[in-house]
Structures are given as C-alpha cells and as structure tokens.
Design a protein around this ligand. Structure first.
Ligand code: URP
Ligand code: ZN
Ligand code: ZN
Length: 471
C-alpha cells in the first residue's frame, strides 16, 4: 500500500482551517496534524512527500451535475467518461454525479446498466449516478427502491423539454411520493416547459430564430413557477427536494420562502449563472449558440442575488451542468433555428478556479464556504459523506493542492485550463486567481503540476440514502 505525506499546507475543510500535514495510506487519510514526520515513523518514511507550503489543501471537488456521453438534441455530448473525468481532475474535481437516463417506456434499471457500460473502465476519478426518470407508471414504482439499493439514491425529473424529458404533474407526484417513502431525494429541472413552448411558437411565427430568442422565450417567472410547483408537490409527497441549475433571482425567492417555512429544499447554481449573462447570446457569427443552455443565461442583475444565496446557504452547491457540444457540427445544427441548437455548455474543468477567484478572491465568500459549496454540501446532500467532501481520518484521500496565488487566463488555447473534448470554452478569456496543482483520487496522484500522472482507476460509488452516512 503506497503512502503520501502532504506537508505544511493550509488544510481547509468545512469545519477546520489550520497549517499542517496530511498523511495518506493506501486510499484513505490516515492522520492529520502538525509535523507528522516527527511523531509518526510511517509518515517520515512516506513513499511520496508533497511540499504544500503556501498552498491550500482542500477536499477534492464534487460536481453533482454532469452529462457525459449523453444523447440530447439530436446529437451526443462531446465528453465521454474518459475525457470528462480527466478534465474534471485537472480542475480539482474528484467525484462526479452524472445523470443516467431512463428511455421512455423502458426500465430505469436498463438505463442504469447503459450508463454503467458508458463509464466502466473509462473514468479517472470516482463517479455516481442520479437517474433521470422519464415515466413512472404504478407498476414500475418498485424499481425506485431497486435503484436505491444499487446506490442510486436521487432522481431527476423535468418540467421542461416537452416531448423529450418532460413529465406531467401526476408523474411528478407519484415519483416524489415513492422517493420520499424510500428515503431518497428528488432533483428537479424546474421550468414550465409547456408555457415556454407556447411562447417559443409565437417567436418562431414572428421569424425570431437567432440564439437570443432562446433566452427571451424563457422568462424567469416560468422558472420561478416551476420551483414553486416542485416545492408544493414535494411538501405534499414528503420528499427532500434539490433544485438543479437555479439561474435567477425570481426562482431563488421561491426557495427562500419555502426554506423559511421549514421545507426540506435546497438548490444549486452554476458558474455560468454567477459570471455570464444574457448579452452573450448576441455575439456575432452565431457565437451566441455556445451559450444556449437551459435555463438560459439571465440579465446580469440576477448574479448579486445568486452570490447572496450562496453566502447565506439558500443555495448550497455550485455544480457545472457540464453538457458540452462542439460549436462546429453540433451547435451549428441550429444555425437557422435556435430550437435546434443542442442545449448545454462545457464547464467541468474550470469550476474551482472560477468560484475561488470570483468568490474568495472577490471577497464574496470565505475559503471555508468555498469548500462547502464545491464539495462538502454535495457530499452531505447526496449520500457521499463522510467518505467524500472532507479531509479526516478514514475519509477517501480525494485531495487537491491548490495554489491560491496562481493566475491563469481560461482559454481553449491555454492548455493548462482546457482538457475538455470540445472546441470552445464557455469562460474564454476570463482571468482567474487560484489554480489546481496536484490532485489525489483515493490516494493516487492523478494530476501532478499540469501533467496527467495516472489515467483510469475511477470507481462507481454507491451512495447512501438522504440523511444517512456513507461507510
Ligand atoms: O442545457 C442544459 N442544461 N443541458 C443539459 C440538460 C439539463 O437540462 O440539465
Ligand atoms: Zn436540467
Ligand atoms: Zn443538466
């Protein structure tokens, strides 16, 4: 069993912050403390010593929202489990929760099997699955318990994308109630897709086909309505609820109101909603298509609300919703009609630097809050705690050595910032302060100062149910 001693770094977790050492034996953290080489002979004889002076030593990132190798919008997302997990690792993420999909009319268990095949032996970091439920008749409800015993303890349902992933309120209620009975969690894409489709029909009739109309046909009020309805149904069904990719002030107000009256609801936002805005859709030469994602980018003023939500815990996590489609050949499918632009954008690699830079360096959140929203809260919400999301004796040695001073300019042309298999970067040209240098996944150094030190070896993680610990 190999051992690693990380020496002299500032070790920050959700509940501690001190300068010291981390000693790793095999896949787990064995000890934490000051000058471990003096007190622990095994640490003094570690196979590898990493000098972390002037660096942050952080729990590996957990990205609870990615779409790797996902068929969508008439094409397939450009990163698979090989390229997507490597890019994630370069950015400091050591666990992904990706979305397996149930094909309509088929078993959710078959969907899970398909996603296991996509990921098996390809991943470099650990991964888990949510299940996207596209129908749930009474006779299939028992599958939800089977999924939970397979470690899939959360389900995503869609109020958006009518005719594709959309489910009606009756299906929502049935699935919510069953998930509640099983002690599992619902993830909700909350937008009123039925009304939005009517608005879109009107726009197309008026000849409005450019990317900007993707945003102008999806009012924030329709996101807020979806959030409000999901919360009401979850309350009746008694299930914990997690709103995915929350993008607007209006939607956040619904979450705050519900939390204020004691509803078990939390929400994530994404770097694109914190840092980019609706004006990107008006870039020339169809470049606005790069930002066509759902929900759409919003007017800039929404960003202040989202940052406040993160600071005061109405938003508990920052996920990426990484769903990359190349500009050439994929986004171009919608050249004459924004409805045909595949929805989604890349981001799995840049989350740590973007949020550290804008959040911590920008004095919006503390370093500890950064750890919570990029790792610990996702671990707690999705049954990965305390194996993941912290640095503590017995936890998986998923650790990032992070240089808080290093500056980089994110770009498709800057190799250090872009390993994703997609021909553009959503955050092209953004200057960041703070960069991932060394990444350990279960004790294995996978990224070492800009180099991929090890490929493969990522495991599927069976998650615990809501509120239970992963042992
Ligand atoms: O545009 C997006 N977000 N694409 C991925 C699917 C989803 O709704 O999360
Ligand atoms: Zn979604
Ligand atoms: Zn998504």
């Amino acid at each position: 069993m190999g051992s690693v001693l990380i020496q002299g770094g500032r070790i920050v977790t959700a509940d501690s912050d001190f300068v010291g050492d981390v000693f790793i034996v095999g896949e787990s953290v064995a000890a934490l403390g000051k000058d471990l080489a003096k007190s622990l002979p095994a640490a003094a004889a570690a196979d590898r010593v990493i000098d972390a002076r002037n660096k942050l030593v952080l729990p590996g990132g957990i990205d609870p929202h990615t779409h790797l190798d996902m068929p969508f919008g008439g094409t397939t997302s450009a990163d698979d489990f090989e390229s997507g997990t490597i890019a994630a690792a370069f950015g400091g993420t050591t666990t992904l929760i990706d979305f397996a999909i149930q094909s309509k009319g088929e078993s959710t268990l078959k969907g899970l099997e398909t996603w296991h095949k996509k990921a098996f032996s390809k991943a470099t970091i650990d991964y888990a699955f949510h299940m996207i439920v596209t129908d749930m008749p009474d006779e299939r409800l028992s599958e939800m318990e089977r999924l939970a015993t397979e470690g899939v303890t959360s389900y995503k349902l869609f109020m958006a994308y009518p005719g594709v992933l959309y489910v009606d309120d009756a299906t929502l209620y049935r699935a919510f109630r069953q998930a509640g009975e099983n002690g599992t969690r619902i993830c909700m894409h909350a937008e009123n897709g039925i009304v939005i489709d009517e608005i879109i029909k009107g726009a197309i009739k008026d000849g409005k086909t450019a990317p900007i109309y993707h945003a102008l046909t999806r009012p924030t009020r329709m996101e807020a309505e979806g959030v409000h309805r999901a919360i009401a149904i979850a309350e009746c069904a008694q299930v914990p609820l997690y709103i995915v990719h929350l993008s607007s002030h209006d939607a956040l107000e619904e979450v705050k109101r519900a939390r204020g009256r004691g509803v078990d609801v939390c929400a994530e936002t994404c770097p694109q909603y914190l840092l980019l805005d609706q004006s990107y859709y008006e870039l020339p030469d169809f470049e606005g298509a790069k930002y066509v994602m759902t929900p759409a980018l919003r007017e800039k003023w929404n960003q202040d609300s989202l940052w406040r939500g993160l600071k005061f815990n109405d938003l508990s996590s920052v996920a990426t919703d990484h769903c990359p489609f190349c500009f050439k050949g994929q986004k171009e499918l919608g050249k004459d009609d924004f409805r045909k632009i595949p929805n989604g954008a890349p981001g799995v690699e840049n989350r740590f630097s973007l949020i550290y830079s804008a959040g911590v360096v920008g004095k919006k959140i503390s370093v500890q809050r950064f750890v919570e929203i990029t790792s610990t809260n996702a671990a707690r919400t999705f049954g990965l705690w305390p194996k993941k999301g912290t640095i503590a004796p017995g936890s998986d040695a998923d650790i990032v050595v992070f240089d808080p001073e290093r500056k980089e300019r994110i770009s498709i042309h800057n190799k250090a910032t872009h390993h994703m298999r997609v021909d553009y970067n959503t955050f092209e040209g953004v200057e960041v302060t703070g960069f991932t240098e060394i990444v350990l996944s279960r004790g294995r150094v996978v990224v070492d100062k800009g180099n991929l030190a090890l490929q493969g070896g990522g495991h599927f993680v069976k998650r615990a149910r809501a509120g239970e610990l992963l042992r």
